[in-house]
Write a protein of this length. Structure first.
Length: 90
């Protein structure tokens, strides 16, 4: 025959659950947010490294600067003819 849990024990379990569950849930939320922010920081640090490398290259490599200017803003040398590829219309 199974013994029933005494009422005091049930009340104790309920009270402990009420006391400890909300802080635990809050801790889980903060922990999740912290991991998310750590991932964002890691991604931003990688982007900073790439941008710093790009900056150094733009400061030191004139052919790279010329190529970027041609790609981004369409700079051309005098006498050059621009050929652009267009996709066919459907």
């Amino acid at each position: 025959m199974k013994k029933k849990l005494p009422v005091k024990r049930i009340i104790l379990i309920v009270v402990l659950t009420i006391i400890f569950l909300p802080p635990f849930v809050k801790y889980q939320q903060i922990s999740w947010k912290s991991r998310e922010l750590d991932n964002q920081i890691r991604a931003l640090k990688e982007e900073i490294k790439k941008l710093e490398a790009e900056k150094i290259r733009l400061q030191t490599d004139i052919t790279y600067v010329e190529r970027r200017a041609r790609e981004k803003i369409g700079v051309v040398k005098k006498g050059e003819i621009i050929l652009r590829e267009t996709s066919p219309k459907k």
